[in-house]
Design a protein around this ligand. Structure first.
Ligand SMILES: Cc1cc2nc3c(=O)[nH]c(=O)nc-3n(C[C@H](O)[C@H](O)[C@H](O)COP(=O)(O)OP(=O)(O)OC[C@H]3O[C@@H](n4cnc5c(N)ncnc54)[C@H](O)[C@@H]3O)c2cc1C
Length: 441
């Protein structure tokens, strides 16, 4: 039988699950294309941003995931165009890949609601490793500057941090920044006291963690406040600049808060590759049928955050969660294998595994169907689930060691600043060649 070529765009949760489930599939060759060389475990990004974990603990090389999968190869490249008639995928560098089946699993990016050009440099997204490293460096540099600052107003700005959006990412960021500042950094700086640090959580709605049961939201808010986070509701952000954030409150008053670091955690939108498929979209997501394929093209599947899948009998699409992407990935592998074998394709059914979020170092909220838990037990559950979902044994060990160490010692190991140091300037000092005298010299 002729071999079929499956091209998977994206090695995130969905793409990786699809490619792995095709291991050993008869007469199938798989090519995984990703613009990064690593798979990223996004649920722990906030811990890299707040110096709990080093970046390599939550990223694993895509190639090593397929070392033992003989029918799979990996291409580092960015998918740019699709010719669905000819079944050709073109990459940004102009190279092409012919496919029999295309699985689009390219995920999402931070949603700036059209303000990326104006706000992107100041409102920092929490979506990839470079975002997390940038936040970590800005927080650490703000503390360094505050330690030396004499002007009380400037100092207050340097010790104020804002998270915009009180969904799971905003709540996790706000709690972790407050803990980092008040419980860890304040001990290492001679002139900074825990109460000097202000962390604001700004939310347009009227509660934190709106996808959760209201009681869990209330518990999470209580815990956030105990950690020193101030949450403000009914806030519509109108501007973000280098000085801070401007928003309109419920009374219609315009408020400006001066801050050193602002994190933008208001949600995501599909990556721009979604628009290149030439298919129907819903809020930018590719609309798929009950098999996770395009209704008009059984050779193209879309899964995970980039896809709009509405289960039969329901009105809303599935949420952007890792289990959705992973289950859809495993499903399209089955659908393709059935197609290749000339059998009818199965229908996708999502098994809801529930939702969870952490609120600081030792509390979390967990909701699975009617079961709800919060506090320390929920946090232990959260730790266990996240360690098990990490890719690679080495990463699991690294994360568990880092967590145990920081839990016991209250220290954060990943407090490294690299961008504030000017290597070119350093080399100049060592350069033995005579330097021209400047005017002032
Ligand atoms: C901060 C944060 C915390 C989260 N926490 C949780 C959580 O606790 N629990 C949970 O269930 N979910 C969580 N999520 C959501 C979860 O991470 C996503 O739902 C999941 O990653 C979606 O998987 P995916 O395969 O669709 O996309 P992704 O995992 O995002 O993978 C997409 C891949 O496609 C690649 N790519 C993109 N464009 C191209 C292109 N043009 N060409 C080639 N490659 C491309 C990217 O490099 C990436 O590797 C969180 C998300 C974020 C951002």
């Amino acid at each position: 039988m002729r071999e079929r070529h499956v091209v998977i765009v994206g090695a995130g949760f969905g793409g990786l699950a699809a490619a792995r489930a095709l291991k050993g599939a008869r007469d199938v060759q798989v090519t995984v294309v990703d613009r990064e060389n690593h798979h990223l475990f996004q649920p722990l990004l906030y811990q890299v941003a707040t110096a709990s974990l080093p970046p390599q603990a939550i990223a694993s090389p895509i190639r090593s995931s397929f070392r033992r999968q003989r029918n799979a190869r990996v291409v580092l490249g960015e998918a740019a165009e699709v010719d669905r008639e000819q079944r050709i995928l073109t990459l940004r560098d102009g190279s092409t890949l012919r496919y029999d089946y295309l699985v689009v699993a390219a995920g999402a990016k931070t949603n700036y609601f059209g303000k990326w050009a104006e706000w992107g440099d100041h409102a920092l997204g929490v979506k990839d490793l470079s975002d997390a490293i940038r936040i970590r460096e800005r927080i650490l540099l703000a503390f360094e500057a505050a330690e030396r600052e004499e002007d009380p107003e400037v100092r207050a700005r340097l010790l104020t941090f804002i998270a915009i959006g009180a969904g799971p990412t905003g709540v996790e960021m706000a709690g972790a920044i407050s803990e980092l500042g008040r419980q860890v950094l304040a001990k290492d700086y001679r002139r900074i006291a825990p109460n000097d640090i202000q962390v604001l959580l700004l939310e347009r709605g009227d509660r934190v963690l709106s996808p959760f049961d209201p009681e869990l939201s209330a518990r999470a808010l209580e815990h956030l406040e105990a950690l020193g986070v101030t949450a403000r509701f009914g806030c519509s952000v109108t501007d973000v600049d280098a000085e801070g954030v401007t928003y309109t409150n419920r009374k219609g008053e315009v408020v400006k808060v001066h801050a050193a670091v602002t994190c933008w955690a208001t949600g995501v939108q599909p990556v721009s590759f979604a628009a290149k498929i030439g298919a129907a979209t819903h809020r930018g997501k590719i609309v798929v049928d009950q098999h996770c394929a395009l209704p008009s093209d059984r050779h193209v599947y879309a899964i995970g955050d980039i896809a709009h899948f509405v289960p039969t009998g329901e009105e809303r699409g599935l949420p952007g969660l890792a289990p959705v992407a992973m289950q859809q990935g495993a499903h399209v592998a089955k659908a393709i294998a059935s197609d290749v074998a000339g059998k009818s394709r199965p229908t996708f059914r999502y098994v809801d595994k529930g939702i969870m979020a952490t609120v600081g170092r030792s509390a979390a909220v967990v909701e699975v169907g009617n079961f709800r838990a919060w506090g320390h037990f929920a946090w232990l559950t959260w730790c266990f689930v996240h360690v098990m979902l990490l890719i690679g044994f080495a990463n699991r060990v690294l994360v568990m060691l880092a967590w145990t160490w920081s839990y016991v010692t209250m220290k954060r190991g990943a407090r490294i600043i690299t961008s504030g140091h000017d290597a070119a300037h350093e080399n100049q000092d060592l350069d033995p060649r005579p330097r021209p005298m400047s005017e002032s010299q």
